[in-house]
Design a protein around this ligand. Structure first.
Ligand code: PLP
Length: 400
């Protein structure tokens, strides 16, 4: 029965890492996959995570099942991190939260849940968006529409076009927004823009799904959640997917959560049982370890302070690199304005190179990036920034 199956092309982002590892070029730079890297190009285990793991190892006395919704303490701690303690309290039983296997698990669960609520739902996805959004949503049978988001020439938001386009989204439709640090473009909504979207959602009745994979890596833990909170305090319904992969560095532990806000506590109770049933039929229960680590950190004031300080250092490193890149690219005589890199947030920005130029960067210079020209800013460091900016300047002068 398997004989007719055809191999699929490799995932363009995941394929970059093995290609980078196999490249003998001593100057090679990895700006591909979306993992945070320190000044030495390492993706470290955070100090608070190591400490929490030691605590867990000493005190954990059972590996019995946790249940489809995961650990209640983790779910509540993560909901408070996203919504803030006051709003999480005010939402009360209108909110239900569920531990998920990473952000991807949360998005897939959200998609299955939306399909149960409205089998014909269309999800509006930003153009551009993270390449795994559409596969995750389509796997649950949802329809996809795109709204304009980013102008590749001016490196700015196409907000008027976005609002125009989302004017067509109606009750029963879903609008997917990035909570902060938009992947792939790094251009985020400001307060007024979040408020305008909130008005549109209230007027048109569409449901908002927010994907928050980078809380704390843009402007800070609280400021990065400002848009989520503006919407959650006013909209009758909302879905939020939180990932702990980047801000806790727990990538392989598959740690995340899905929160659903409903019109009433009665609806939220039904939603919780539907979500638990979907989880049970998919993977039964989420993995425990990463969530237990996060809960341990968030519930212990010393560990939390250590985590917040390390996260702040990661954020400051990224923001510093953004400034340095913009400055060095201007000085390298690229003939282009790269100041947008400093304005954008989080780990990603588009360099503004064509697919052919991106390919040349990989093949001729050993600078690994996605064909779209998206770079992971955290892959830049003191040792490679000179080679990177010189190479780009040569490339742009010789093949503009
Ligand atoms: C925008 C966005 N959403 C969700 C995720 C999912 O992260 P994970 O499943 O590793 O928690 C990522 C990871 O790169 C992402 O960039």
């Amino acid at each position: 029965m398997f004989d007719e199956l055809q191999p699929l092309p490799p995932d363009p982002i995941l394929a970059l890492t093995p290609a980078y590892r196999a490249d003998p070029n001593p100057d090679k730079i990895d700006l591909g996959a979306g993992v945070y890297k320190d000044e030495h190009g390492k993706t470290p285990v955070m100090a608070a995570v190591k400490q929490a793991e030691r605590t867990l190892l000493a005190k954990q006395d059972s590996k019995a099942y946790v249940g489809p919704a995961g650990a209640t303490g983790f779910n509540e701690a993560l909901a408070e991190l996203a919504f803030g303690a006051d709003l999480a309290g005010a939402l009360g039983s209108r909110r239900t939260s569920l531990q998920t296997p990473g952000g991807c698990g949360g998005l897939r669960l959200a998609a299955e849940f939306l399909a149960r609520a409205n089998a014909g739902a269309t999800v509006w996805v930003s153009d551009p968006s993270w390449p795994n959004h559409v596969p995750l949503l389509c796997a649950a049978g949802l329809g996809i529409a795109h709204y304009p988001y980013y102008d590749f020439d001016s490196h700015s938001l196409r907000f008027d076009a976005m609002i125009d386009s989302l004017g067509k989204a109606a009750s029963g439709d879903v609008v997917l927004l990035h909570g902060c640090c938009h992947n792939p473009c790094g251009a985020d909504l400001d307060r007024e823009q979040w408020l305008a979207l909130r008005e549109l959602a209230l007027a048109n009745g569409f449901t908002v799904l927010i994907d928050m994979a980078y809380q704390g890596l843009g402007d800070g833990i609280e400021r990065d959640a400002a848009g989520v909170r503006l919407l959650a305090e006013a909209l009758p319904e909302l879905l939020l997917v939180s990932s702990c992969s980047k801000n806790f560095g727990l990538y392989r532990e598959r740690t995340g959560a899905l929160s659903v806000i409903c019109r009433s506590a009665t609806v939220a109770k039904a939603a919780a049982s539907q979500l638990a049933a979907i989880a049970r039929a998919s993977y039964s229960m989420p993995p425990d370890h990463g969530a237990a680590v996060v809960q341990t950190i968030l519930e212990n004031s010393d560990l939390r302070a250590s985590w917040e300080a390390e996260l702040a250092a990661m954020r400051e490193r990224i923001n510093g690199l953004r400034g340095a890149l913009a400055e060095r690219l201007a000085a390298a005589g690229t003939g282009r304005d790269f100041s947008f890199i400093e304005r954008e947030k989080g780990m990603f920005s588009f360099l503004g190179v064509s697919p052919e130029q991106a390919e040349a960067l990989v093949n001729q210079y050993g600078i690994y990036l996605v064909k779209s020209g998206r770079i992971n800013v955290a892959g830049v460091n003191e040792a490679n920034i000179g080679y990177l900016t010189r190479s780009l300047a040569v490339l742009l002068r010789t093949s503009p």
